[in-house]
Design a protein around this ligand. Structure first.
Ligand code: BGC
Length: 882
């Protein structure tokens, strides 16, 4: 009997989904057994248009086409509902149908987006501290519909309530995009919230990223516009196929607006809520809105509305306080409390406000760390002060801010008479994404580093990949994700998320002429003049490549190809005649080099030890090499040849300029005698020959020994230093560097009690003080990029081919690690490895290996011939001598 395939998926969504943005979605599924050679897959889609009947279509495809199978049927229409399933057909019989994946299609045609953006019809403050409005309407349902969808988006942020209840559990809808490019529209099934007769729809509206202050150095307000508006399109279908719709608009006088209880709301600075200004029952039918105003229309070209390729921001569990301490009292006796949530991350407190008089306010301030006196460290937040305020109406109420996010572990709550653990709920939020990667070992510190990396990732995958979630910055810095993408893609399926962001990278590149420092791009201070910077701009190549290797999604490469090749072409124009990317004097900023290496002075993170020209040229060569592979995947042979030529020229320039060949009596050295320089030269294959690479490995190992296990790399070198030591046979040094607890090192952070990965190696100094540098965050993921090595080398699994079709199994035990298990949900299914050193015979490694069906795992161990394993479970013993 052939088993039913499992995990049917549409595009990169995790299970069933509403409102996808394509008429020709791709389907994927997994097998749970190896299939007969003649096996085929029969795909069945049952499709239904709300106003018409359904139909079924089927097609038979090779069984091996189970990853992102292109749509084989008539393109879908907007609103069409689909149930897709698959079964295996072979000579020996026909298998069971898989569980279906269910999805429907968004409003693909601009003319179907009939609603208007509606917002305040009164003059507002020019920039900050704007009082936020609420909007309402009522409508009648003659009978119970069979289908109901609310299409919702905003210029700003929106949250909907239907008949008194919140619609969906998304927050910060519609998320952050380059709004001059596109704004995402999310689809909700609201059937169960509707009732026959009168209904009411309420919309909370706020500034959000669109009009609120974003970015650093005080940030910028009104970046994309100075008027906010909500777009709501409610459509119901009755059992006879008739449809009825309600559209937000300013003309039918049925949509009313008034100032709500949120008296100010700013992503970074916090939200102020005055409960005295609440309008009880405002989103229930029958509410008297006679004193509410008419709404104004905020014009927006409906072509700019887009249906998503990723998920929204949603809650993901909760943290409960480690401690709650009363640290002081106000004059009137109300308390000042310090709450330790135990975990630094992006989260929001929902607080029970009790015992307050009308008009009494409670202030909630959030920070990542405490100073020696036990007070919040707010200096490093700059203007992003993360301060919420709740003003009571005298009632016993729970309240959580709606339109902000806070990166914190500690909260100081001033003005609550009483506070107990039961008065707090703390919800964790990030863009919803499927967890796909796990790692554990016998070393508790390594496990903690891994866990911290995951928290840093969750905290910063907030609609876009941000650098940090707390200070007045939180922007989509390109280098941070360029180095972290491989780790991210192991931990979670973020292909859709990165694809979404890359769309804006491409847009901003067209607009600014280069890959700007961060995306969405907002001109700010010295960053107001976008200019090409190595590693940051190389994100245009590195991110899609990482996503492709993880998912096998060629569309990601196609969509980003123009952007990636334009980037390489642009930089080509800056190279000196010998192929080296010298620093251009007309740059405002020049290069950022091996940003934040531990030698760089706190206030000058770019003054790292490795020459910037070296770092820049190395990444240029690396990008050209990847472009050769990308062009080959896309069948662009001429481009591949051209990129290969560019790589060869720059490689030669690199060698001439940055390698000192000591032949015949001395070893080759780099002009920058640093961990970063050797790591890049080894990993990007920049040496002239194997001998030089070998010399680089020797010197790198020596530098690590001389540094007594202290790390010497910044953003550019960090992901590559351990792989470079491993590749050149210096596993002992790799482990000594990895497991070192000296400052600076990865484990140093763990000894200092970190619960996330830090921006600086020493964001907290050994004396317990916060690094004096103005730019100091405790929640950056870039240095967590080491986990790509952890998964591949400690754990022992890595993709050899896109989508993990071929898997490299090459654990290299070291340090004091005696056991490890790593697993990843590849597009084909779960790959897992569990190894331990044989307790009786330390020269043997016992491996339990799970290989997904449809893939081949290649076991690569020193001293043993490579062995291939197809789908299945294996117990393997190999000799291991270290
Ligand atoms: C950010 C970084 C970013 C860098 C570049 C910082 O302020 O937090 O992560 O890549 O600036 O200058």
């Amino acid at each position: 009997m052939i088993a039913a395939p499992v995990n049917m998926k549409v595009e990169h969504f995790d299970g069933d989904v509403l409102g996808i943005g394509t008429a020709t979605p791709r389907l994927s599924w997994e097998y749970t057994q190896s299939l007969p050679d003649d096996a085929k897959a029969e795909v069945r889609v049952v499709r239904r248009k709300p106003r018409h009947g359904g139909c079924e279509e089927r097609d038979v495809v090779p069984a091996a086409d189970n990853i992102l199978l292109p749509w084989r049927f008539k393109p879908l229409d907007s609103r069409e509902l689909v149930e897709a399933s698959v079964r295996v057909i072979a000579a020996e019989g026909v298998g069971e149908w898989s569980e279906p994946v269910r999805f429907d299609v968004g409003l693909l045609q601009p003319h179907q987006r009939v609603a208007d953006f509606i917002g305040p019809s009164w003059p507002e403050f020019q920039t900050d501290h704007r009082h936020q409005p609420i909007i309402r309407t009522e409508f009648d349902l003659p009978r119970k519909p069979v289908l109901a969808r609310l299409y919702l988006t905003a210029l700003g942020l929106v949250e909907a309530e239907l008949n008194g209840g919140k619609v969906g559990d998304d927050v910060l809808n519609p998320g952050w995009t380059s709004y001059d490019n596109r704004v995402e529209c999310w689809t909700y099934d609201v059937l169960d919230q509707l009732q026959v007769g009168r209904n009411a729809l309420g919309l909370w509206l706020a500034d959000g990223w669109y009009r609120g202050r974003v970015g650093f150095d005080g940030g910028e307000a009104n970046v994309w516009g100075d008027r906010i508006g909500a777009f709501a399109q409610l459509e119901v279908t009755y059992d006879d196929g008739t449809r009825q719709s309600w559209y937000s608009n300013s003309s039918d006088e049925r949509w009313k607006i008034i100032l709500g209880p949120i008296i100010r709301s700013n992503m970074y600075e916090g939200e102020y809520h005055d409960a005295r200004l609440e309008h009880p029952g405002w989103s229930l039918p029958g509410f008297d809105d006679s004193d509410w105003s008419s709404v104004s229309e905020i014009p927006l070209d409906e072509h700019r509305i887009e249906f998503p390729v990723m998920e929204a921001i949603r809650p993901d569990g909760a943290n409960s306080p480690d401690s709650i301490e009363r640290i002081g009292s106000l004059d009137d006796g109300r308390g000042v409390w310090m709450v330790d949530m135990g975990q630094n991350c992006s989260q929001r407190l929902n607080i029970h406000f009790r015992g307050l008089e009308p008009g009494q306010s409670v202030t909630i301030e959030h920070a990542e760390v405490l100073d020696k006196n036990g007070d919040l460290v707010q200096r490093i937040l700059h203007r992003g002060i993360q301060r919420d305020r709740y003003t009571s109406n005298g009632n016993d109420e729970w309240w959580e801010p709606k339109f902000v996010m806070h990166g914190f572990r500690y909260a100081k709550i001033t003005g609550l008479p009483e506070l107990a653990a039961e008065d707090l709920r703390c919800t964790v939020y990030h863009t919803a994404m499927e967890r796909t990667g796990w790692f554990e070992s016998s070393n508790a510190m390594v496990n903690k580093l891994h866990e911290n990396t995951m928290w840093a990732m969750k905290s910063n995958f907030m609609s876009i990949p941000t650098d940090c979630p707390q200070r007045d910055e939180r922007v989509g810095w390109t280098a941070d994700i360029a180095v972290f993408a491989p780790t991210a893609l192991y931990l979670y399926d973020v292909t859709g998320f990165l694809r979404n962001w890359m769309r804006d990278v491409a847009f901003e590149q067209k607009k600014t002429g280069t890959v700007p420092f961060y995306v969405p791009y907002v001109p700010m201070g010295i960053w107001s003049d976008p200019a090409a910077i190595a590693l940051w701009g190389d994100a245009a190549v590195l991110v899609p490549w990482a996503a492709y290797m993880s998912s096998g999604d060629v569309q990601v490469l196609e969509e980003s190809y123009d952007c990636a090749s334009a980037w390489v072409n642009e930089v080509t124009g800056y190279l000196s005649s010998d192929g080296v990317w010298d620093r251009r004097p007309d740059y405002a900023i020049g290069q950022l080099g091996d940003w934040l290496d531990p030698q760089a002075p706190p206030e000058e993170p770019d003054l790292a030890m490795t020459a910037k020209e070296l770092v820049a040229t190395a990444f240029y060569v690396h990008s050209c090499d990847l472009m050769v592979r990308i062009a080959e995947v896309l069948g662009r042979k001429d481009d591949a040849i051209r990129f290969a030529g560019l790589a060869a020229h720059a490689r030669e320039g690199f060698q001439e300029r940055f390698i000192i060949d000591g032949e015949p009596d001395a070893a080759a050295r780099m002009t920058s005698d640093t961990q970063c320089a050797y790591a890049l030269a080894i990993m990007f294959d920049l040496g002239r020959d194997g001998r030089q690479t070998n010399d680089f490995g020797e010197r790198l190992a020596e530098l690590v020994r001389l540094a007594d296990g202290r790390i010497g790399t910044g953003f550019a070198g960090t992901p590559f230093v351990l792989p470079a030591l491993t590749r050149t046979g210096h596993l002992d040094e790799a482990y000594s560097l990895f497991l070192s607890t000296k400052c600076p090192s990865w484990m140093y952070q763990i000894t200092m009690g970190a619960t996330t990965t830090w921006e600086r190696w020493d964001s907290m100094l050994p004396n317990g003080e916060v690094n004096p540098g103005g730019m100091t965050s405790f929640n950056h993921y870039a240095l967590g990029s080491v986990n790509d090595w952890v998964h591949a080398t400690v754990g022992g699994i890595a993709p050899l081919e896109p989508a993990w079709k071929r898997i490299l199994v090459a654990p290299r035990p070291g340090g004091n690690i005696a056991h490890s298990s790593a697993s990843h949900l590849t597009p084909y299914g779960r790959v897992a490895i569990d190894w331990s050193l044989d307790e009786n015979d330390n020269d043997a490694l016992l491996i339990h290996l799970t290989v997904p069906y449809g893939t081949t795992a290649v076991l690569d161990m020193p001293g043993v011939e490579d062995t291939e394993y197809s789908g299945g479970e294996y117990d393997i013993t190999v000799p291991w001598i270290n």
